[in-house]
Design a protein around this ligand. Structure first.
Ligand SMILES: Nc1ncnc2c1ncn2[C@@H]1O[C@H](COP(=O)(O)OP(=O)(O)OP(=O)(O)O)[C@@H](O)[C@H]1O
Ligand SMILES: [Mg+2]
Length: 453
């Protein structure tokens, strides 16, 4: 028995037990009340009947007859004179009866009175009916009945109630056990599942829990498990990629440093090797910087500080920076941006975005092609398009180019110095600005990136 089942079960039990006890109590009280009432009014009616017979004929004969009739029942009749003398009694008059007889009130209504109804403590219940002939009280008919009969009746009733109570309690407990099992079973399953997930076992199998909140929780746990699994795999892949990316330039550096160190290497060769070593070291430091940026973004540990920027001079300054590199490739860059445009951006981060896109456009295009940079405002959003006439991206690769370390043509891009981190940084930065980035590209048909902020 686990804790939750016990708690719910106990709660159920207490609630139902209280409810049952209260309703049983009232039922019991009601039944007793009406049974006693029945007995009392039966006694009174019997007395009244005798009284009527006596009023019709108040004779020795009749009185004896009544006494004889009563002698055979469990009730007793006593007929008294108006002055408390006893005419007749169907049985022996006991002391208790005498006490009741003495206490007779003076003016009894014609329909009679109940004199004693305390069935619990008195020996008798009793009633009185006055015999009135020609407006004169001729005597009183007292009726007595031993309360033992009522007591027996009620103790029988109590026994039944006790049995019923016990049986329903038993029944209730069985139902509660099954019910709490049904309620808590899925919870326990889910708790087990989460424990397994935390230990790294993502193969959660939960029973079908239906469409209620419990089912939703189960679904969420399943989704969580698969998300965690994906995350874990991604992390492993990422780590593998990082170590791979670090190893390649390091191998070059190590190799060329060894050759350069050899005594028989000419000065010209050594210079060449040192150049390669330097180039690889630059790549390494870019890689490390990119990784650091990504790590910061993953932790939401960097802030976008937006300010209002006039866009035309801003982009012109960026273009100035890249023009020498483009000229080297004999490429043209055309900027189309109105003087009146202003944007809410973090100038440093957004420059990083644009430089990355321009770097790609340059890297993946042939000489003598052009790149265009269009900046427009459409319904208070800024649209920035970077378009090139390069080799494009194959359709099947388009959805994946924003992934970390994803490169279309690994062997070729390496010679161009790409690690595949640029676009994933771009995407994160654009999203941190609250914007979106989309790409349209076809193989050999150029590529367009559109940022909407
Ligand atoms: N303008 C483009 N034209 C053709 N292919 C592109 C273009 N931009 C990106 N790609 C493809 O998408 C891949 C991912 O680009 P991304 O900028 O993320 O990485 P990278 O340029 O290889 O390396 P990094 O930017 O980190 O130096 C590139 O390797 C390239 O294959
Ligand atoms: Mg790039």
């Amino acid at each position: 028995m686990n804790k939750i089942s016990f708690k719910i079960g106990l709660l159920f039990f207490v609630a139902i037990f209280l409810l049952e006890s209260i309703s049983m109590f009232f039922l019991h009280d009601n039944i007793i009340h009406s049974r006693v009432h029945d007995e009392l009014s039966a006694l009174q009616t019997r007395g009244n009947n005798h009284r009527e017979i006596l009023e019709a004929s108040f004779h020795e004969e009749t009185i004896r007859h009544i006494a004889m009739m009563e002698a055979r029942t469990d009730t007793q009749v006593i007929l008294t004179t108006p002055e408390d003398g006893i005419y007749m009694s169907s049985n022996k008059v006991t002391d208790e009866m005498k006490k009741i007889l003495k206490g007779t009130p003076k003016n009894v209504p014609h329909d009679g009175l109940i004199l004693e109804d305390n069935w619990k403590h008195a020996t008798y219940i009793a009633s009185i009916s006055p015999v009135v002939i020609d407006n004169k009280v001729k005597g009183y008919v007292y009726m007595f009945q031993n309360t033992q009969k009522i007591k027996d009746l009620i103790s029988g009733l109590n026994r039944h109630f006790l049995l019923a109570g016990f049986l329903s309690l038993l029944f209730m407990m069985i139902i509660i056990v099954f019910l709490t099992r049904a309620v808590t079973h899925p919870l326990i399953k889910m708790s087990d599942a989460t424990k397994r997930i935390s230990k790294g076992d993502f193969s959660v199998s939960l029973p079908n829990l239906g469409k209620d909140e419990m089912g939703e929780l189960g679904e969420s746990i399943k989704v969580l498990a698969s998300d965690l699994e994906i995350l874990k795999n991604e992390r492993n892949e990422f780590l593998a990629s990082i170590s791979h990316e670090l190893r390649t330039p390091l191998t070059y550096i190590k190799g060329y440093a060894e050759i350069a160190r050899r005594g028989d290497t000419t000065a010209a060769d050594r210079d060449n090797y040192l150049g390669i070593i330097h180039e690889e070291a630059v790549k390494l430091s870019k890689l490390v910087k990119d990784l650091f940026d990504l790590a910061k973004m993953d932790e939401n540990n960097f802030s976008i500080e937006k300010e209002t920027v006039q866009l035309l001079p801003y982009f012109q300054r960026i273009i100035e920076k890249v023009t020498p590199a483009l000229n080297e490739n004999k490429m043209d860059l055309i900027l189309d941006c109105s003087d009146q445009l202003y944007g809410q951006i973090d100038p440093i981060r957004f420059e990083q975005v644009i430089l990355n896109l321009l770097d790609n456009a340059k890297k993946y295009s042939e000489p003598n092609t052009k790149i265009s940079l269009d900046v427009k405002q459409l319904i208070n959003k800024i649209h920035v398009k970077v378009k090139d006439e390069g080799k494009g991206i194959p359709e099947e690769d388009v959805p994946r180019i924003f992934e970390r370390f994803y490169r279309v043509d690994k062997s070729r891009t390496r010679t161009l110095g790409g690690t595949g981190l640029g676009l994933s940084i771009v995407k994160q930065l654009v999203e941190a600005h609250g914007g979106t980035i989309e790409v349209k590209s076809t193989r050999n048909g150029g590529t367009t990136f559109e940022i909407i902020i």
